[in-house]
Ligand binder design. Structure first.
Ligand code: NAP
Ligand code: SF4
Length: 670
C-alpha cells in the first residue's frame, strides 16, 4: 500500500479515523452567515469525498465577545446548530468526520468590545482589549461548554479548542499578555487554568464519546511567551482534563517570524511536535508547511506525530488523500504556500479560494462539466493562464493544441521557481506537466504560433495567453552593457558585486532576494532558523533568539519613483516577510527616485531633488510589463473567434491568481 503510515486508521477508542489526515481549520469567509451553509457543506463534502479523515471548520466563537469581527460566526443558538446539520450530514455521507473549531479571538477581535486576560492591545489590531473579570472568565468557560453541546447537537463529531496562534487562550497562557494576579494568572498554573477548565467542562458537558482536539501553542514566537516546560505541563493537564487529540499551533499572528509562507522550509516545526509526543499518551498532530505525502509519511514513520494536519493543501487539491492512497502523488495539485487567494483574502475580509485551484470556495459555482459538443481549440502560451485553460478545455473533452515559444512550459512561473524561497512554484509546473499528458493536450514547445497558420488550421476558437513583455523605461543609457532585464538575471546572467534594481514591485523584491542570497535558506532549516531568530522555547521564553544573518552576496539598492512605502502592493500576509528578509540583508530601499542616466560610473538619479550616484556594476530593470497580444488583430481580421487571458489581457495586474482563474473560467464555459 502507498504511504502505509499515512493511510493507517487511527482508533480513538470510541470512534475511528479512517486515515491520518486532518484538514486543519481555516477561515473561509463562509462561516459568518448562515445563508452560506450550503456552500460550506459542499466545500467540506468535496474534501471528505477526497478521503480526509477529520475536517476541522473555521473558527466559531463561543460567545459574542469572542467574535473575530462584528457579527462573526458563532455557535450560540439551537437555530445555528440546526442549520449546521447540513454541513455535518454532507461530510458524514461522504464517509468523513468533522469537528467544529471553537475560537475566542480575545484581543485579536476586530471590534471595540474585545476582551483578554489583561487590558492590552496587539500591534496588529487597533482596539485595546478590556481585562475579563473573574466572573466573566467563568462565564466564558461555560460558553465554551455550551457551544460544544450545541456542536454535538449539530452533528459534529467533536470540537477543536483553539489554544494557539495568539488568540484568547494563548493570551491567558503567556506572561506577555497575562498580567493578572488572581487565580487566572500570576503563576504558570494560574495562567493555564483557563484552557484546562475549558477542556474539563466541555468533557463533562459532552460525555466520553466526543472528540476534543486541543490546539496547543508549541512555540509562541513572541517575547515573554511560554517556556517549553509550561507547554508540556499544559499538554499533560489538558490530556488529564479529557482532550482526545493534541494539534500543533505555531507562532502568534503578531509574531515577526514567518510560520507558513512559502519561504518557510517544509515541516519546519515538526521537531517540536515530536518532542511533545514523548510527554503525552494521546495522539499528537503535526502541522505547518506539510504539503506532500512523502513528507507526511516520513513524519509518521519516524514517530514524530500520529496525525498530519493540512489546511491549504486541501484547498489546493480536494482529492489529495485519494491520490496519495492510490500511489499517485505526482497528480497532486500542490499548495505552493503563496497565501495569495486564501489568507490574503481572509485579511481582506473576502471569501478564500486558491491560486492553483480557483474552484476552492466556489464548488457550487465553477463546475467543470463535460462539453456538449467536442470542438477544436488552440491555446497560445503555456504560462499559468494558458496551462489552466488548455487543461480545463481538455478535461471537458475538447481537442486542444497548446503552443509555447519557449522550450519549456511555465511562463512567469519558470522565473518564480528560481527565486530563493519560491522553490514550491516548481510543483505547479510538475502538476501541469502531468495533467497536460493525462488530458491529452497536444503540446508544441519552441513553437511560435502565427496568424496564417492558426487561421489555416481551422480551430473553432483560439485563446491567446501570450503573456507579457518587460517594460523598458525611457532612461538615458538604458542600452548600456551593465543593464539587464529581470528575466536575464533570474535565468542566470552575470551580476557584479553591486546592483541597482529599477522598480520595486513583486518582481523587484524577488530579484533583490535572488541577488542577496548565495543559497536559499528555505532549503536549509538550520540556516533559516538562524536568519529568523527561531530558537528553542526550552532556552528562551517564546522560543525567540537574536537573528544571525549571513552577509549579503552583494550590495543591492532597490528603487522606486513613488514616495509611498516600498512593497505596498505585496501580499498582505507575505509582504512583510519579503521586506524584513531583504532589509536584514542590508538592501537599501530608496523611494522618490527620479532616474537620470546610466553610464560607466553607474546609475545617476535625483532623490528629493538632490543628485545621487549609485556606483554599481549592474542595473536590473524590474519596471513592470506590457501585454503581449500581437496576434489578436490579425486573428480577428481573419475571422477567428479569439479570447485573451492572463498577462496578455491585463499586464498591469500580472498575477497568477487572476490568470489561472480567468483561464479556468473561460474554459469552463467554452
Ligand atoms: P509592478 O508591481 O507593476 O511593479 C513595477 C515597478 O516598476 C513599480 O515599482 C513601479 O514603481 C516601477 N515602474 C513602473 N513603470 C516604470 C518606468 N517607466 N520607469 C521606472 N520604473 C517604473 O510589476 P512587477 O514587479 O513586474 O510585478 C508584477 C506582478 O507580479 C505583481 O503585481 C504581482 O501580482 C506579481 N508578483 C508578485 C510577487 C509577490 O507578491 N511577491 C512577486 C512577483 C510577481 P514606480 O512607478 O514608483 O517607480
Ligand atoms: Fe496554497 Fe496559495 Fe492556494 Fe493558499 S492560495 S491554498 S497558499 S496555493
Amino acid at each position: 500500500m502507498a504511504y502505509p503510515h499515512l493511510m493507517a486508521p487511527l482508533d480513538l477508542g470510541f470512534t475511528q479515523l479512517r486515515n491520518r489526515i486532518v484538514m486543519g481549520s481555516m477561515h473561509t469567509g463562509m462561516e459568518d452567515r448562515l445563508k452560506h451553509v450550503g456552500e460550506l457543506a459542499e466545500y467540506f463534502a468535496e474534501r471528505a469525498r477526497g478521503g480526509v479523515a477529520l475536517a476541522i471548520t473555521g473558527g466559531y466563537a463561543p460567545n459574542r465577545r469572542g467574535w473575530l469581527l462584528p457579527l462573526a460566526g458563532d455557535m450560540t443558538s439551537k437555530r445555528t446548530a440546526h442549520r449546521h446539520r447540513e454541513i455535518t450530514g454532507a461530510v458524514h455521507d461522504a464517509g468523513g468526520k468533522i469537528a467544529l473549531q471553537l475560537l475566542h479571538a480575545g484581543r485579536y477581535a476586530y471590534h471595540p468590545f474585545s476582551a483578554s486576560a489583561s487590558s492590552t492591545k496587539s500591534r496588529i489590531n487597533p482596539f485595546r482589549a478590556r481585562a475579563l473579570s473573574g466572573g466573566a472568565v467563568e462565564r466564558t468557560i461555560d460558553d465554551y461548554a455550551a457551544a460544544a453541546v450545541l456542536a454535538r447537537e449539530a452533528g459534529y463529531d467533536g470540537v477543536e479548542v483553539m489554544g494557539s496562534e495568539g488568540y484568547l487562550i494563548n493570551q491567558f497562557l503567556a506572561p506577555f499578555t497575562n498580567h493578572r494576579r488572581d487565580e487566572w494568572g500570576g503563576t504558570p498554573e494560574g495562567r493555564r487554568r483557563l484552557p484546562v477548565e475549558i477542556v474539563d467542562r466541555i468533557r463533562e458537558a459532552v460525555g466520553p464519546d466526543f472528540i476534543i482536539v486541543y490546539r496547543i501553542s508549541l512555540i509562541d514566537l513572541v517575547p515573554d511567551g511560554q517556556t517549553w516546560d509550561e507547554t508540556v505541563a499544559l499538554a499533560q493537564e489538558v490530556e488529564a482534563a479529557g482532550a482526545t487529540i493534541l494539534n500543533s499551533g505555531i507562532g502568534w499572528h503578531e509574531a515577526r517570524v514567518p510560520t507558513i509562507v512559502t519561504s518557510v522550509p517544509r515541516a519546519a516545526f515538526v521537531d517540536l511536535t515530536a518532542r511533545l509526543r514523548e510527554h503525552v499518551t494521546i495522539p499528537v498532530t503535526a502541522s505547518n508547511r506539510i504539503n506532500m505525502p512523502d513528507d507526511a509519511e516520513a513524519i509518521l514513520a519516524a514517530g514524530q506525530a500520529d496525525l498530519i494536519s493540512m489546511a491549504r493543501p486541501l484547498l489546493a487539491d480536494p482529492a489529495w488523500v485519494e491520490k496519495a492512497a492510490a500511489g499517485r502523488p505526482d497528480e497532486i495539485n500542490t499548495c505552493i504556500a503563496c497565501n495569495q487567494a486564501c489568507l490574503d483574502h481572509t485579511f481582506q475580509n473576502t471569501r478564500v479560494s486558491c491560486l492553483v485551484n480557483p474552484r476552492a470556495g466556489a464548488e457550487l459555482e465553477l463546475e467543470i462539466e463535460p462539453a456538449a459538443v467536442r470542438r477544436r481549440f488552440a491555446v497560445v502560451g503555456a504560462g499559468p493562464a494558458g496551462l489552466a485553460c488548455a487543461t480545463t478545455l481538455a478535461q471537458r473533452g475538447h481537442d486542444v493544441d497548446l503552443y509555447e515559444a519557449a522550450q519549456e512550459i511555465g511562463g512567469q512561473f519558470n522565473l518564480a521557481r528560481r527565486i530563493p524561497g519560491k522553490e514550491e512554484f516548481a510543483e505547479t509546473l510538475r502538476y501541469f506537466r502531468g495533467l497536460l499528458s493525462r488530458t491529452g493536450v497536444n503540446v508544441f514547445l519552441g513553437a511560435i504560433a502565427d496568424v496564417p497558420s492558426l487561421a489555416a488550421a481551422g480551430y473553432d476558437e483560439v485563446v491567446l495567453a501570450t503573456g507579457v513583455t518587460a517594460r523598458v523605461p525611457a532612461i538615458e543609457g538604458i542600452d548600456h552593457p551593465m543593464v539587464r532585464t529581470y528575466a536575464e538575471v533570474v535565468e542566470g546572467a552575470e551580476v557584479g558585486r553591486a546592483a541597482a534594481i529599477v522598480g520595486a514591485g513583486g518582481i523587484g523584491f524577488d530579484v533583490a532576494e535572488l541577488l542577496v542570497h548565495d543559497t536559499s535558506p528555505t532549503l536549509d532549516l538550520a540556516a533559516w532558523r538562524r536568519e529568523w531568530g527561531v530558537g528553542d522555547p526550552a532556552q528562551t521564553r517564546g522560543g525567540l533568539t537574536a537573528p544571525v544573518v549571513d552577509p549579503p552576496a552583494r550590495r543591492v539598492h532597490l528603487l522606486q519613483r513613488k514616495t509611498t512605502r516600498m512593497g505596498k502592493g505585496l501580499g498582505k500576509t507575505s509582504g512583510w516577510v519579503h521586506r524584513m528578509s531583504i532589509q536584514a540583508k542590508g538592501v537599501e530601499m530608496v523611494t522618490g527616485v527620479e532616474y537620470e542616466r546610466i553610464d560607466d560610473d553607474g546609475l545617476h538619479v535625483r532623490v528629493g531633488g538632490e543628485p545621487r550616484l549609485f556606483e554599481v556594476d549592474t542595473v536590473v530593470i524590474c519596471a513592470g510589463q506590457e501585454p503581449r497580444r500581437d496576434l489578436l488583430d490579425g486573428l480577428v481580421a481573419a475571422g477567428v473567434t479569439t479570447h485573451v487571458i492572463g498577462g496578455a489581457d491585463v499586464a498591469a495586474e500580472l498575477d497568477a491568481k487572476r490568470a489561472i482563474r480567468q483561464g479556468t473560467e473561460l474554459a469552463a464555459r467554452l
